[in-house]
Design a protein around this ligand. Structure first.
Ligand code: ATP
Ligand code: MG
Length: 233
């Protein structure tokens, strides 16, 4: 059974009809990549699941429950986490404090911190620095580290590899794999290679509609679909 299912989701932002029918399923334990060109509606899809831009039509079903219309707070409390596009961390708190307040279920904090510091050695080095003093890439690591601490059942991650140097992208891939050991992941990823390495399945969004989906392993050799929906890669 799918843990998360979107059925013909439609979303307006102001008077603009941004999502015009997005449907897909995310199986428990899988990593699904949401692909599509700039402006296709990938971020809006994540925000619609989270109730940040609530759908005006269709349904979002989570663990068998229709959560369409729920408040974002209740959706988050039900176990759906979010790492937004632009690194939501607390700039006035230290790295360690940022991790500590992300903890949802008490206990195992030290073990989780060890894992995060193992995955991202830079965070260990700068554990006592304020979040705002970190580089953009390090803030990205901290945002994903916070998601690792939080024990979500599903995690929505928007472009985790954006702007990262290749060596840091490798650390990020490893971190998301570790996360996915315990968490179902829906990932927006513009870096096709990263998407290929991480995802089990993909969904392509084009002009606010889901137009194509399948097994990630079948997409990499499918030049025509890649060219048609994603442009040259
Ligand atoms: N607050 C807003 N007001 C009006 N239009 C918006 C707003 N937010 C997003 N849009 C529009 O909705 C469409 C989808 O945006 P969205 O951010 O979901 O795209 P995306 O697929 O995440 O793109 P990118 O790859 O560039 O991040 C775009 O045309 C965008 O201009
Ligand atoms: Mg986006």
């Amino acid at each position: 059974m799918s843990l998360l299912r979107l059925e013909a989701v439609e979303t307006f932002i102001g008077q603009f009809h941004i999502l015009e029918g997005v449907s897909f399923e995310v199986a428990e334990g899988s990593i699904v990549a949401l692909l599509g060109r700039n402006g296709a509606g990938k971020t809006t899809t994540l925000k619609s699941i989270l109730g940040i831009t609530p759908p005006s039509g269709g349904r979002v079903v989570y663990d068998g429950t229709d959560i369409t219309g729920w408040r974002s707070y209740d959706i988050a409390s039900a176990g759906i986490g979010y790492v937004p596009e632009h690194r939501a961390i607390f700039t006035e708190l230290t790295v360690e404090e940022n991790l500590r307040i992300a903890e949802r279920n008490r206990g195992e904090f030290d073990a989780k911190c060890d894992l995060i510091f193992d995955l991202f050695p830079d965070l260990k080095r700068f554990a006592a620095l304020d979040g705002g003093q970190l580089s953009g890439g390090q803030q990205q690591m901290l945002a994903v580290g916070r998601a690792l601490v939080a024990d979500n059942r599903v995690l929505l991650i928007d472009e985790p590899s954006e702007g990262l140097a290749p060596v840091i992208i490798e650390q990020m891939i490893e971190a998301i794999r570790r996360l996915a050991d315990h968490t179902t992941v829906l990932l927006v990823e513009q870096n096709f290679v990263v998407a290929t390495l991480l995802a089990d399945r993909y969904v392509i969004i084009e002009e606010g509609s889901s137009v194509h989906s399948g097994a990630m392993a079948d997409l990499a050799p499918d030049d025509e679909t890649i060219r048609r929906y994603l442009g040259a890669v």
